[in-house]
Design a protein around this ligand. Sequence first.
Ligand code: ADP
Ligand code: ADP
Ligand code: ZN
Length: 207
Amino acid sequence: MNIIFLGPPGAGKGTQAQRICAAMNIPQISTGDILRRAMKEGTETGLKAKSYIDAGQLVPDEVIIDIVKERLAMEDCRGGYILDGFPRTVPQAEALDTFAKIDSVIELAVDDQVLVNRLSGRRVCVKCGATYHLSMLNGATTCAACGEELIQRNDDKAETVLNRLKVYHDQTAPLIGYYEKKGLLRKVDGDQGVDSTFEAIMKALKA
Ligand code: ADP
Ligand code: ADP
Ligand code: ZN
């Protein structure tokens, strides 16, 4: 099954995509992770993306579309995939329609006040990318999965978070209507526990 996870920053797309992918044995394609890796490695794409990401803006459509097109052409995507963080604009969705057939779009809905708290408390592992929240770390500063250091993403700092929410409402939220019209949209309440949200997504995918 080819699935899109749509939702504002902090909605739990990464957390849930990881779990659903493990349960369905399909790859998670996170454009945020791909871009952060490119920045770390200092590739041309990474250099191009950095100023946009640090400012909480979207990187230009033409940069991200080619990356996703190439990724979806890889062997491991033949049995399905979850797109986590793509598409984020109508032109990206229109481009996707030319090279992929999407079966289901999960909209993870969470209110802005909750998102601000989730994003400011998010901590990620520098090595494996595992995601945590301060409230569940009990003072721990290293990754439970691999032992490496946990850091705050640059773009999760308070100044940038509000900008990212505005960008979501202006540029990404129109995709809700885009996929509703195609009959692909399934809305899931993302403001419940991680386990309940997982169950709700599984149910929506089977419906
Ligand atoms: P979050 O998980 O908080 O929603 P991501 O890790 O998906 O954030 O994305 C981080 C940043 O990477 C975005 O703010 C944006 O600058 C860039 N980015 C990721 N995916 C896309 C995309 N599809 N189009 C444009 N920019 C993107
Ligand atoms: P996204 O990929 O949509 O930006 P993440 O999966 O990275 O979102 O989650 C953002 C933050 O919220 C992380 O700190 C994560 O641990 C936390 N989080 C994720 N799901 C939930 C949930 N259902 N309830 C409370 N906190 C959550
Ligand atoms: Zn780790």
